[in-house]
Design a binder for this molecule. Structure first.
Ligand code: AP5
Length: 183
């Protein structure tokens, strides 16, 4: 059963690798960033609420993202596995997820931490140029990552769920390393 969580700084390659693996394993790729951007483009209530946080590189409030993830993982296609990309991002979200997975009888998740130095991710993101990929917002996203999300590495290591992968190599090399480690 594929139940994987991708952790890593902005630009680490979480989306790229999560999508490849989800296609390969035929499970849903659940990206909170993508769900929020879609809500934003459709100007739903969630999208409108999330916009100011996303534009500044701040985290959207836990409660909004948690509801979104609960709804998505409760859908039928998530019963037989999923790949989470961008969630959890705070210890509070991680505790919420643990309880949710227990309720849904979907425990047994593993966590992949993609490791890439800050200077490399900044270059990658500036080259991509999404709305939140300007230098000021990227720096803020990195600060938020360090303060709020990086503590999850120890959180999952303590629970013996953590796998680490060197994300600072070609996309194909990262995919190969990943496939070996989760085989
Ligand atoms: P989100 O969309 O999750 O953004 P992020 O974490 O900043 O991650 P990115 O999508 O920028 O990077 P990535 O690691 O997925 O890398 P990618 O594969 O795209 O979140 C956006 C915002 O939504 C947040 O700031 C927040 O406001 C909100 N949000 C989302 N989830 C939330 C949550 N749980 N709680 C609260 N708020 C939340 O690759 C990046 C680039 O690098 C691409 O151009 C790619 O082609 C390239 N690349 C990838 N791999 C390689 C490689 N190996 N070598 C060279 N280039 C590569």
């Amino acid at each position: 059963m594929t139940r994987l969580i991708f952790l890593g700084p902005p630009g680490a390659g979480k989306g790229t690798q999560a999508k490849t693996l989800a296609d390969h394993r035929q499970v849903p790729h659940v990206s909170t960033g993508d769900i929020l951007r879609e809500a934003l483009s459709k100007q739903t209530r969630l999208g409108i609420k999330a916009q100011s946080y996303m534009d500044k590189g701040e985290l959207v409030p836990d409660i909004l993202v948690q509801e979104m993830v609960q709804e998505r993982l409760s859908q039928l296609d998530a019963k037989h596995g999923w790949i989470l990309d961008g969630f959890p991002r705070t210890v509070k979200q991680a505790v919420f997820l643990e309880e949710l997975l227990e309720q849904l009888d979907q425990s047994g998740e593993r966590v992949v931490s993609l490791e890439v130095p800050d200077d490399v991710v900044v270059v990658r993101l500036l080259a991509r140029g999404r709305k939140d990929d300007n230098e000021e917002v990227i720096r803020r996203r990195l600060e938020v990552y360090r303060a709020e999300t990086a503590p999850l590495i120890d959180y999952y290591r303590d629970r013996q769920k953590l796998l680490t992968v060197n994300g600072n190599q070609s996309q194909e090399e990262v995919t190969d390393e990943l496939q070996k480690i989760i085989a």
